[in-house]
Design a protein around this ligand. Structure first.
Ligand SMILES: [Zn+2]
Length: 72
Protein backbone atom coordinates (compact mmCIF):
# COMPACT_ATOMS: atom_id res chain seq x y z
CA UNK A 1 0.00 0.00 0.00
CA UNK A 2 1.23 3.46 -0.79
CA UNK A 3 1.93 6.07 1.83
CA UNK A 4 0.27 9.41 1.23
CA UNK A 5 0.83 12.71 2.91
CA UNK A 6 -2.15 14.60 4.19
CA UNK A 7 -2.45 18.13 5.41
CA UNK A 8 -4.95 19.06 8.10
CA UNK A 9 -7.25 21.98 7.30
CA UNK A 10 -7.48 22.99 10.94
CA UNK A 11 -4.05 22.74 12.54
CA UNK A 12 -2.09 22.60 9.25
CA UNK A 13 -0.31 19.53 10.51
CA UNK A 14 1.07 17.23 7.85
CA UNK A 15 1.02 13.53 8.47
CA UNK A 16 1.63 10.36 6.52
CA UNK A 17 -0.90 7.60 6.25
CA UNK A 18 -0.96 4.20 4.69
CA UNK A 19 -3.96 4.27 2.40
CA UNK A 20 -5.62 1.51 0.48
CA UNK A 21 -5.91 2.28 -3.21
CA UNK A 22 -9.64 1.78 -2.95
CA UNK A 23 -10.09 4.32 -0.18
CA UNK A 24 -11.48 7.63 -1.39
CA UNK A 25 -11.92 9.43 1.89
CA UNK A 26 -9.16 11.27 3.61
CA UNK A 27 -8.33 10.14 7.14
CA UNK A 28 -8.93 12.35 10.14
CA UNK A 29 -6.04 14.34 11.53
CA UNK A 30 -4.20 12.31 14.18
CA UNK A 31 -3.24 15.48 16.02
CA UNK A 32 -6.56 17.24 16.48
CA UNK A 33 -9.09 14.82 15.00
CA UNK A 34 -10.23 17.28 12.35
CA UNK A 35 -11.80 15.51 9.42
CA UNK A 36 -11.05 18.00 6.68
CA UNK A 37 -7.67 16.87 5.50
CA UNK A 38 -6.36 17.07 2.00
CA UNK A 39 -4.01 14.77 0.22
CA UNK A 40 -0.60 16.15 -0.56
CA UNK A 41 0.71 14.61 -3.75
CA UNK A 42 4.13 16.17 -3.78
CA UNK A 43 6.69 16.75 -1.08
CA UNK A 44 7.40 20.04 -2.81
CA UNK A 45 3.80 21.17 -2.52
CA UNK A 46 3.94 20.73 1.24
CA UNK A 47 6.65 23.38 1.37
CA UNK A 48 4.47 25.98 -0.28
CA UNK A 49 5.91 26.12 -3.77
CA UNK A 50 3.83 25.43 -6.85
CA UNK A 51 6.66 25.24 -9.30
CA UNK A 52 6.90 22.10 -11.36
CA UNK A 53 9.90 20.45 -12.87
CA UNK A 54 9.07 21.20 -16.46
CA UNK A 55 6.60 19.30 -18.57
CA UNK A 56 5.67 15.69 -18.09
CA UNK A 57 8.22 12.95 -18.28
CA UNK A 58 11.38 14.29 -16.74
CA UNK A 59 12.55 15.01 -13.26
CA UNK A 60 16.24 15.28 -14.01
CA UNK A 61 17.16 11.86 -12.68
CA UNK A 62 15.34 9.83 -15.28
CA UNK A 63 13.82 10.23 -18.73
CA UNK A 64 10.78 8.01 -18.41
CA UNK A 65 8.82 9.97 -15.85
CA UNK A 66 8.34 6.81 -13.86
CA UNK A 67 10.94 7.00 -11.13
CA UNK A 68 10.09 7.53 -7.48
CA UNK A 69 10.90 11.23 -7.75
CA UNK A 70 8.66 11.86 -10.75
CA UNK A 71 5.73 10.02 -9.36
CA UNK A 72 5.40 11.81 -6.08
ZN1 LIG B 1 -5.21 18.73 12.72
Amino acid sequence: MPIYEYKCGKCNGVFEMLVSSTASRAPACPECGHKRTEKVFSVFASHGTSSRAGSAGSCGSCSSGACSTCRR
